[in-house]
Design a protein around this ligand. Structure first.
Ligand code: SAH
Ligand code: SF4
Length: 378
């Protein structure tokens, strides 16, 4: 077998149904084969064409000339004391991405990356300190899920009691800046003949790429999480700079109009709690007021800031986080506090970065004079 990264044949993973039908047509095979092949790829999880036992040996041989089944190369796989797991994948071009599995009473969420690095440079985010390297392909996005399933032995899919039940697009990168590939991957993940994870169990997190939000709701149809982090434009401009392009009014209007946003499918407002920056009782009240004013069916997710080397921010005190949560609760909004998981393996979803990347970055930062950070509004 040749190495998947140097293989010149077509990777079967990540092709949409239509793309697969077209590829099969090129070798004289009928469209119904696509359904059979998807079953083997995404339901049975086979990694070898010859294992597709409902297809003839002649067809195996023919397919093997043109196709292969790609798997990501696992550079590292770590398991935390609390049961969460992290994979570091090495991609074809040598770049690395991370994926985290966070188990929780009878379910488990896989936090998937959408880009290598991120172009949006949020001030408090470790990924944002990396320049964008590139978008992940559909095969690389789905590949993270397939590799996690492989390592948990969770094939065939669809059996109860599995660890990997939910998907959150909250790893490295901004999924709505890689819309086409994320869409292709999520449509395969959702498809009943693909990986068949229900759309109710998939959440996509965006920092607020407003023009793509409606398309996300219409074309991908998954739950939405928004990285809000500030209730005022002056502050959000600094924390989440894309706010300068799409300010709160546009973002919240898009949230209110998000297809499918109704009480049963509330939008999750992620709010990273940063000491003395965005954690005052006034901030909490302003948030509730905004949700009310824009009539957004919202729930909050309070994330204690996860510090990283070189950041100018600190985590809010326990007291401040609990007070914030209580105020939102009293004003009618659910606002659970996300427990830090996998600290020992640096697996916090939403601030993924490999140690090796960190070291490279430190070296780079030392070489490069840093511009003064934007001042924080008081
Ligand atoms: N780019 C997307 C998805 C990835 S980030 C987005 O920004 O929504 C996933 C979540 O983790 C976001 O809410 C992000 O703001 C948050 N996050 C990033 N760095 C963090 C840190 N150091 N501590 C806590 N949360 C962080
Ligand atoms: Fe990118 Fe999200 Fe990090 Fe912002 S928070 S830099 S959008 S990954």
């Amino acid at each position: 077998m040749t190495h998947p990264y140097t293989d010149t044949r077509t990777n079967l993973i990540g092709l949409t149904r239509d793309e697969l039908v077209a590829k099969l047509a090129e070798i004289g095979e009928k469209p119904f084969r696509a359904k059979q092949i998807w079953h083997w790829l995404y339901h049975q999880g086979v990694t070898d064409i010859a294992a597709m036992s409902s297809l003839s040996k002649t067809l195996h041989a023919k397919m093997e000339q043109h196709f292969y089944i790609g798997r990501l190369e696992v550079a590292r796989h770590l398991t935390s004391e609390d049961g969460s797991q992290k994979w570091l994948f090495r991609l074809e071009d040598g770049s690395e991405v991370e994926t985290v599995l966070i188990p929780d009473e009878g379910r488990g969420a896989l936090c998937i990356s959408s880009q290598v690095g991120c172009s949006l440079n949020c001030d408090f985010c470790n990924t944002g300190t990396q320049n964008i390297v590139r978008n992940l392909t559909p095969a690389e996005i789905i590949g993270q899920l397939l590799a996690a399933r492989d390592s948990q032995g969770e094939w065939p899919s669809g059996v109860d009691g599995r660890l990997l039940t939910n998907i959150v697009m909250m790893g490295m990168g901004e999924p709505l800046m890689n819309f086409d590939n994320v869409k292709k991957a999520l449509l395969i993940i959702k498809d009943g003949e693909g990986i068949a994870i229900s759309k109710r169990r998939i959440t996509l997190s965006t920092s607020g790429v407003v023009p793509m939000m409606a398309r996300c709701g219409d074309e991908i149809e998954v739950d939405l999480a928004v990285s809000l982090h500030a209730a005022r434009d002056e502050l959000r401009d600094v924390l989440v700079p894309i706010n300068k392009k799409y300010p709160l009014d546009q973002l919240l209007t898009a949230c209110a109009a998000y297809p499918g946003a109704r009480n049963a499918r509330r939008i999750t407002m992620e709010y990273v709690m940063i000491k003395d920056v965005n954690d005052s009782p006034d901030d909490a009240r302003l948030l509730a007021k905004l949700m009310h004013q824009y009539q957004i069916p919202a729930k909050f997710n309070l994330i204690p800031f996860n510090p990283w080397p070189g950041t100018r921010y600190e985590t809010s005190s326990n007291n401040a986080v609990h007070r914030f949560s209580r105020i939102l609760n009293d004003l009618g909004y659910s606002a659970p506090i996300r427990q830090p998981r996998g600290r020992d393996i640096m697996a916090a979803c939403g601030q993924l970065k490999s140690d090796s990347e960190n070291l490279k970055l430190k070296a780079l930062a030392a070489k490069r004079a840093k511009p003064d950070p934007a001042p924080l509004p008081v």
